[in-house]
Design a protein around this ligand. Sequence first.
Ligand code: GAL
Length: 357
Amino acid sequence: MFQQGIIWPDNNGVHINAHGGGVIYHEDRYYWFGEHKIAGEAGNLAHVGVHVYSSKDLYHWEDEGIAFSVSEDPDNPVVKACIIERPKVIYHAENDEFIMWFHHELKGRGYGSTLTGLAVSNTITGPYCYVHSLRPNAGEWPLNVKPFHKRGVPETTKDSYCGGPGCLSGPIDTVNILGRDFKKGQMSRDMTLFVDDDGTAYHIHSSEENSTIHISRLSDDYKSFSSEYVRAFPGRYMEAPALFKHKGVYYFVASGCTGWSHNAARSAVADSIFGPWKELGNPCISTGKETTYDSQVTCILPVRNRENAFIFMADRWKPENAIDGRYVWLPVQFAEDGKVFLAWMDEWDLEYWSRGS
Ligand code: GAL
């Protein structure tokens, strides 16, 4: 039974500590990776690393320990008290390697570094070995670049943390953040990964001062960026991207851009991962829909051995006591017109999909 927003104990009776998480299925088990938080506001920084849990049934989770640890070395970019958020792991079958990418901010610089970090392991539960962090797609224009992006960048174009709509000096199609960051690489904050049926992997992240989502194809070994990427939802200020595929159609769910405060979710659909994407609006339909039921999406999980079964996984953040963040999981529902929706349920279980819903 999934019960929203209460303590979710692991096999040791301790509340699961895997925030901003992602789940992958490997050899008959689900593995849930997420941010290990500590108590208080300090918990919003990475003091420990990425925690991993495993489960056979999605209800009972075993603590598998810290998959990726922060460093004690002040010269290491992933030193304790940097920011590590939204870690996602994918498996590269040919190389038999587990690839973790995560939103990384250098210690003491707030959210100004806008990096994506890479760590790799030969075993799913780790330890993951830190490779490096980078700003994606340096020196590369997206497939759908516009002529004005190439025309130069006015001095006035701001270069500081953007808190959402209204923070730039004009609409995104007049303020050339893409061109500003062309040489040094594009900004990458909230992110997720998606592996398509043919094994091609994508890195999806909030870019251009959070105004625009970038969808990038990763290299064949998943450890770097190919030069192929697109801009999506320009000027829509989306965070917490999550992506899944159902019956050949790509679905995208994300939040708006209000930091730890919850806002209304967004959804979109496309026939190709590179778009064009069509927005479908807020997928939440019950009371509480304006705040995504006091949560923010982190991942959409396909359930094994069940048809049309996807779980919307979200965080109920507690920034004042980060370790106490809670989880909201809901079944994704598909409407006849192709839209996705999320109805509130205080509690539910996987038999939901056997009841012919
Ligand atoms: C949220 C984001 C979180 C975290 C937070 C910081 O919007 O989704 O991952 O970065 O902002 O304020």
